[in-house]
Ligand binder design. Structure first.
Ligand SMILES: [Zn+2]
Length: 331
């Protein structure tokens, strides 16, 4: 996947900020340690001095091996003394070093692999997150959490034709969604949420999105009309961005598509929706899709084969509403 210069720059900045903040924190810890244990500073200078002398010994010639071994022994003894000294105040030598977010690359974003400098996974992740954040910039992502989801609204009466009350059903769904968010991985299943408007589908998908983002995954949350207008704009624009919407849709760790079926339906939209789901099913990475429509209505908009493929590859969550007519048509 290609990324635009803006995405690459922003991702590199994230990594740089992590490195600087780890180093700043280490500097502060060292200052505090040296204040408490002034002798630690002396030990450290002596250890550095051993290194400098070892360098000189190699260049200087003479009995290099003997000199190096002597310096190495001295350095190890100093390191051990320093460690003991630090331990007296509950510190270790590790406290004097920066604690990097990514230990593979020490927050540089790059690693050596088979004699080549390659991008570290952390930088790749930062790019995915940045590209997703760009697509999410207009959504109400930060507004919904599991904590402000209330079950009070749901009826405890079992309506005729239903296996349980909408309250009991929502308890099951809420638990499922919380578990899903908590244990999310790239192998998580897809979710297909059905039910009337105002029953909490959007709220729960946004809550999942928030939790999964907190775990460091790249999540795209987008309504179907918005997704289609973005894809359409891109398709018919002369300017082709380096990070296309379709790339981000394919690449993100979790794709959440809200309000399937509310889009203006035409040949472009059906094909685009088909392409989006096809790409996700091929990549094997999870998606969550919400719809207010019944399966029959969706089949009318797309094809029966396509809808049964999406719903067949996903865990179905049925949100029961109060309106019995529409509830029945949803069954
Ligand atoms: Zn890294």
């Amino acid at each position: 996947m290609g990324y635009s210069n803006e995405v690459i720059k922003a991702a590199n900045n994230i990594i740089r900020e992590r490195r600087l903040s780890a180093e700043r924190a280490a500097d502060l810890r060292r200052e505090k340690i040296f204040e408490e244990l002034p002798k630690a500073d002396e030990f450290e200078k002596a250890i550095v001095d051993c290194g400098i002398k070892a360098g000189r010994a190699v260049v200087g010639g003479g009995d290099v091996k003997f000199e190096l071994e002597k310096l190495k022994a001295r350095s190890l003894a100093l390191q051990s003394d320093l460690e003991k000294l630090l331990n007296t105040k509950g510190y270790t030598r590790r406290d004097m070093e920066p604690k990097y977010f990514c230990e593979k690359c020490n927050d540089t974003g790059y690693i050596e692999y088979e004699n080549r400098t390659v991008m570290c996974d952390c930088l790749r992740r930062a790019m995915i997150e940045t590209a997703c954040a760009e697509l999410n910039s207009h959504s109400k992502l930060s507004l919904c959490t599991f904590d402000d989801f209330s079950l009070d609204y749901y009826s405890r009466e079992v309506e005729e034709g239903y296996p349980r009350s909408s309250y009991e059903q929502m308890c099951i769904i809420l638990k499922y969604c919380k578990d899903y968010a908590e244990h999310f991985s790239l192998k998580s299943e897809n979710i297909f949420m059905r039910g009337l408007t105002g029953l909490g589908k959007t709220h729960l998908s946004l809550s999942i999105a928030n939790e999964v983002i907190k775990k460091g995954y790249g999540v795209v949350y987008i309504s179907t009309p918005k997704l289609l207008s973005q894809l359409e704009k891109e398709q018919f624009s002369r300017y082709k961005p380096e990070t296309s919407v379709m790339d981000t849709i394919e690449e993100c760790d979790l794709l959440i598509i809200d309000d399937l079926g509310t889009e203006f339906s035409n040949q472009f939209s059906s094909q685009a929706v088909y392409n989006v789901f096809n790409a996700r099913l091929l990549s094997g990475k999870p998606f969550i899709v919400n719809t207010n429509l019944s399966l029959k209505e969706l089949e009318g908009l797309y094809t029966q084969r396509f809808i049964s493929r999406i719903s067949g590859e996903a865990k179905r969550l049925d949100f029961f509403g109060r309106d019995i007519r529409i509830m029945k048509s949803n069954l």
